[in-house]
Design a protein around this ligand. Structure first.
Ligand code: PBG
Length: 348
């Protein structure tokens, strides 16, 4: 008579081993059935872990970003619709990035502090129509400068302290437009403290700062620079005088410590997958909300392989996102956010 229940019997044949050679500890036991694998899973990716970076430009058209299949430069109107859909799925936060018309860019990035620039207009529209989704904006000048750098240049060097003055004004106009979280992504020293002080002085004490604390001078940002149209501006120039050297880990810990001391509420490691070691170190050392940015080049890389039939797109999407949770992250900025949310909602 067959038993009334099924238990996996992985070994169909009894091996003829000395008793001491049979494993007592069998790590495969809990892996033998789906319910058991789910029961002992240490990490889970939920929709609440997803932050969706989006691009907006001045025009009415919606333009595909060739190096980021599935990613678009939205008009303000189409952005509102897209964020509405993300909100319905439960995505808690979006990050808005502008693609600024070339004629509005100049060496000083003055458009960054125009309260009617495309970022501020997009923030106002999103907060008006989709008020329950959080909005994050970068503080950095690169979408607005004709040279594509994140700060002001004098004598061929990206200046720290005069850039802080502009970042403060940029942060304030974005907050006044309705932005909930300021994310300084410029890597100037002292920017978190300078922005925090300005926010307090203007009564914005509940605006959070998520600092790009450990942000590396990475080649993985290439497709993003296509998306915001800063690639040609930057040319062959390097951001290595302000973004971090990929060789360094201890220095990232100092960056994070500094930003926390200056008033950051949460910190980010960027890029993501090549820097998971830092996610773990930061979380273990500082115990504060820690995020990773799975950047444009990571997205492009996975998609390119999937488009060639070399990887299963959905599987590598979910596996890569789960890896951030395992590394200690509380959430992840990812261009896959909406797709991953749909998949999670569908229950697989
Ligand atoms: C702006 C900024 C960059 C990214 C986010 N904010 C580019 C850069 O620093 O050159 C990159 C995001 C991505 O690659 O997805 N400072």
């Amino acid at each position: 008579n067959p038993l009334p229940f099924r238990r996996p019997a992985p070994e169909a044949e009894r091996a003829d081993l000395p008793l001491s050679a049979y494993p007592r500890v069998r790590l495969r036991r809990p892996r033998a059935s789906d319910w058991s694998r789910r029961l002992v899973a240490e990490n889970v990716l939920t929709v609440d872990d997803l932050i969706w970076p989006v691009f907006v430009h001045e025009g009415d058209d919606v333009i595909d970003v060739p190096s980021m299949p599935g990613v678009r430069r939205h008009s303000v109107d189409s952005l509102v619709d897209a964020v509405g859909e993300a909100g319905e799925l439960g995505v808690p936060l979006i990050a808005i990035f502008p693609a600024v018309d070339a004629e509005r860019k100049n060496d000083e990035g003055t458009e960054a502090t125009n309260p009617d620039n495309v970022v501020c207009r997009a923030v106002r529209a999103v907060k008006q129509h989709v008020p329950d989704v959080g909005v994050l904006c970068d503080a950095a000048l690169d979408p607005f400068t004709s040279h594509g750098h994140d700060g002001l240049i004098r004598d061929g060097y990206v200046q720290n302290d005069i850039t802080l003055e502009v970042l403060i004004r940029q942060a304030l106009i974005q907050v006044e437009a309705g932005c909930d979280i300021i994310a300084p992504s410029d890597m100037m020293d002292g920017r978190v403290g300078a922005i925090r002080e300005a926010l307090e002085a203007h009564g914005h004490h509940n605006v959070q700062i998520m600092s790009y604390a450990a942000k590396y001078a990475s080649a993985f940002y290439g497709p993003f620079r296509d998306a915001i149209g800063s690639k040609a501006n930057l040319g062959k120039a390097t951001k290595a005088t302000y973004q971090m050297n990929p060789a360094n880990g201890d220095e990232a810990m100092r960056e994070v410590a500094m930003d926390i001391a200056e008033g950051a509420d949460m910190v980010m490691v960027k890029p993501g997958m090549p820097y998971l070691d830092l996610c773990r170190r930061v979380k273990d050392a500082f115990h504060l909300p820690t995020f990773a940015y799975q950047v444009s080049g990571e997205y492009a890389m996975l998609n390119a392989a999937a488009d060639n039939g070399w990887l299963d797109r959905e599987k590598v999407m979910m596996e890569s996102l789960l890896s951030f949770k395992r590394a200690g992250c509380d959430g992840v900025l990812t261009y896959f956010a909406v797709e991953a949310a749909k998949r999670i909602r569908a229950g697989d």
